[in-house]
Design a protein around this ligand. Structure first.
Ligand code: NAD
Length: 275
């Protein structure tokens, strides 16, 4: 079954399921992304900080797929953000990817102590208006950071990419996103291996009931909540597993049982202190 497209607030759309390449070695990234494209993925999430933009671009260029059927996200590196070199960073990303445009460009972290994220957002709006990137958004922004960029510019980010999985569900932030027309993207959708996927009975029971793996149940839970996801999987079996999530549906009680696993404790980097 086809991957759903999610409408963004700027009239572009994004495939709800993509493929993430955080910590994929630059030396193997081209092959891994080519395998992901062959498996059906059409949306790749990279970042300057992952050091594998060039390999992602090479895989995209090597594919026979029309460029407009692929969706590529990359992100402003913290060092460039700190230096205030927003345009230089964008140009280096585009050159590394060797593509004509980026589909979605994100401010990777707000780094509030640096006090430049509003200036970065103002420059991002220029990138979009100049047609360098189709869509612009942010990552790891909390409500006060979103309030600040919207108040300063009137431009609402298309997405906010944040840590989000059954153990940390970001309810307040998601309610804010829904109220403002921001699409929620989940990073670490499988918890980044920080907890065993089959360790929660709610997940294991749904997996058994549907003849699916715990990973598929978790990804399906995200999909039914309308979240955009791009799990990382170098193993071909996991890559295929994570793509096969559109042929079953979790019942309301199964969704509620996974909703109940929220601890409201983030496991990854803290947006307030990662400066
Ligand atoms: P993830 O939650 O996608 O987990 C990846 C881990 O799960 C890997 O160890 C993989 O081997 C394992 N896995 C994958 N499929 C599996 C399956 N079917 N069964 C069992 N295990 C499986 O973590 P992630 O890679 O950190 O997050 C996904 C993407 O989010 C990244 O690749 C990156 O693109 C993005 N990301 C963004 C930020 C940010 O600050 N914006 C931070 C981290 C990650």
């Amino acid at each position: 079954m086809a991957v759903p497209q999610i409408q963004l607030n700027d009239n572009h759309s994004i495939p709800q399921l993509g493929f993430g390449v955080f910590k994929v070695d630059p030396g193997v990234t081209q092959g891994v992304v080519e395998a992901a494209l062959a498996a059906g993925y059409r949306h790749i999430d990279t970042a300057t900080g992952y050091s594998n933009e060039a390999a992602v671009g090479a895989a995209v260029r090597a594919s026979d797929l029309p460029r407009d059927q692929l969706f590529v996200t990359t992100k402003l590196a913290n060092a460039d953000h700190r230096a205030g070199d927003f345009r230089g960073a964008y140009e280096r990303s585009l050159a590394a990817l060797d593509l004509d445009y980026i589909d979605l460009y994100l401010i990777h972290w707000p780094m509030p102590a640096v006090e430049k994220y509003v200036a970065a957002w103002q420059e991002f709006i220029h990138f979009r208006d100049e047609g360098l990137t189709k869509s612009i958004g942010v990552s790891n922004f909390q409500i006060e950071h979103l309030d600040a960029i919207i108040a300063a510019t009137g431009v609402v980010p298309a997405v906010n990419q944040v840590e989000l999985h059954p153990v940390f569900q970001e309810r307040d932030l998601r309610a804010y996103h829904d109220a403002h027309g921001i699409v929620t993207e989940a990073w670490g959708p499988l918890g980044q291996g920080r907890w065993a996927l089959d360790s929660y009975p709610a997940i294991a029971a749904a997996a058994a009931a549907h003849g699916k793996s715990p990973a598929q149940v978790i990804l399906r839970w995200h999909i039914q909540h309308g979240t955009v996801i791009f799990p990382k999987a170098s193993a071909p079996a996991h890559m295929a597993d994570n793509f096969a999530i559109f042929d079953f549906e979790l019942a309301p009680a199964e969704l509620a049982a996974i909703d109940a696993l929220d601890t409201n404790q983030r496991l990854g980097g803290n947006p307030y202190t990662n400066n």
